[in-house]
Design a protein. Structure first.
Length: 480
């Protein structure tokens, strides 16, 4: 029987609580940016750093999770990250000026960037490899539901209470997670090998990933500046990769990418996360700008996808054990491709919300059968230090892919709209309703690009033949 035991369920619940808190804070402030502009009498360019500071803090911390876990133990570092997150949340909620708030958000991001990779390390380490899919039925939900739940919860708190509640709301869950870790997560087993921290690797990789994420997400800088920042970041990451390939104890064990199972699954994760999370900005624009409906309807239209994800991830874990990732993830990608293709075909200025909700359920079900099963499949045979590195590489790759996908989708959509409206942009809808059809066509064409990348992910998944598992798999590090 592969069901989780009571002890394992409690560990999974603690990890899910910490993970939900970290993911929620990524998107919960999105609806409050106009309120912050009024409160602090600042421009959108400046206010945007409330969100950007958190995101960059997360990206900066993710590469450090594996080294910290190996040196001080995953449980100990996870506890420290939860406590720092709670303190930073209090500081953000009590902020008296914008500089204080942005600094607190960066601290939140640094702690949040450690929470999910370390949670994955603890969760996967708590069960046998063949039962890791069961663990993700609980621990994986925050990663899928958090980005959608954040704006909805943010709108409720902002309307009913104050912007400060957006930050105070995460303090009780953080403290509950701390209590749960202390009570239910077993103490770390001391490492027999005391390897030095790869400081040089950190000085290469951390600025590199931050530069890439910033270059793709920053919208106020010119194209040339952004391209230069991304180029510098990619160069630093390339130097780190080349150096780490021969390093005895690198900051992240990039040799894992040479492993067929891990490398292919990481590629599938990137190829799906980029277009999926990138396309999430299109539906709110369609509902609120093109159709002129409220933000509440826009938030409500995210619910069907969340329901589809929640249901699919429960079934996917069980089916993964029986049929393997090729069938399960391939089916999920097929559902996502079908949903996106049907959206391209039926989308019009007056498409029924019921139809779009049904397609949202299908898309959510596909995503639930893709993301967590892919992560589980990638880390199935990893142990010890390799498990810690893999648990950091996968969310880092997904985060960067999401930033790249969002920038690409935004650029394509904006360019198509500019061409359709003579450079006026979405504002042209209010002045000339006749342009609505052309703007919807721009949305559909953008989805065609999204669809093409999803199809590529499906091809990669179907071309990857299942491997025969071994009783005691050899880690990449030990083989090297």
């Amino acid at each position: 029987m592969n069901r989780l035991t009571g002890r394992e369920l409690r560990i999974a619940a603690v990890i899910a609580l910490g993970g939900l808190m970290a993911v929620l804070d990524t998107t919960i402030v999105a609806v409050a940016l106009p309120r912050f502009m009024t409160t602090f009498s600042a421009s959108l360019t400046t206010i945007q750093w409330i969100a950007t500071g958190y995101a960059l803090g997360m990206v900066a911390a993710m590469p450090l999770a594996a080294t910290f876990a190996q040196r001080w133990g995953a449980r100990r570092v996870y506890l420290a990250a939860l406590l720092v997150f709670a303190v930073a949340s209090v500081a953000a909620g009590a902020a008296g000026d914008l500089g204080w708030l942005i600094a607190a958000r960066v601290a939140q991001g640094l702690a949040g960037g450690l929470i999910n990779p370390l949670g994955m390390t603890i969760g996967f380490g708590a069960v046998a490899p063949e039962r890791r899919s069961r663990m993700t039925t609980i621990t994986g939900l925050p990663l899928l539901i958090g980005p959608i739940l954040g704006p909805m919860l943010g709108g409720i708190l902002l309307d009913g209470l104050s912007w400060r509640a957006l930050f105070f709301i995460t303090v009780p869950p953080a403290l509950l997670a701390v209590a749960g870790v202390l009570r239910w997560v077993p103490a770390d087993i001391p490492s027999a090998e005391r390897t030095p921290i790869d400081v040089a690797g950190g000085l290469l990789l951390v600025p590199g990933v931050v530069a890439v994420a910033y270059g793709f997400s920053e919208e106020t800088a010119g194209l040339e500046v952004r391209a230069a920042i991304v180029a510098v970041g990619l160069a630093l990451m390339a130097v780190f990769t080349r150096r780490s390939w021969r390093h005895r104890a690198p900051l992240l064990n990039v040799r894992l990418l040479r492993d067929r199972t891990f490398g292919r699954n990481a590629a599938i994760l990137v190829l799906y996360a980029g277009p999926y999370f990138g396309s999430m900005l299109l539906m709110p624009a369609y509902i609120q700008v093109i159709r002129g409906d409220s933000a509440l309807i826009s938030a409500a239209m995210m619910v069907p996808g969340t329901i589809g994800m929640g249901i699919a991830i429960q079934f996917a874990a069980r089916l993964l054990e029986r049929f393997g990732p090729r069938i399960v993830v391939g089916t999920g990608l097929s559902l996502a491709v079908a949903s996106t293709a049907l959206t391209v075909l039926v989308l019009a200025p007056d498409t029924s919300y019921t139809v779009l909700a049904i397609l949202g359920v299908v898309q959510g079900a596909g995503t639930g059968a893709i993301m967590m099963p892919t992560i589980v499949s990638a880390g199935r045979d990893l142990r010890g230090p390799d498990l810690a590195s893999g648990s950091a590489i996968l969310p880092l790759a997904s985060t960067i892919a999401s930033a790249v996908g969002t920038a690409a989708v935004s650029a394509v959509f904006t360019g198509l709209i500019a061409g359709a409206t003579g450079g006026q942009g979405l504002a042209a809808v209010h002045g000339s309703p006749a342009l609505t059809g052309e703007i919807v066509d721009a949305y559909r064409l953008t989805l065609v690009g999204v669809l093409a990348v999803m199809v590529l992910a499906l091809v990669v998944r179907l071309q990857t033949r299942p491997t025969i598992p071994t009783a005691e798999p050899t880690t990449v590090r030990s083989a090297a």
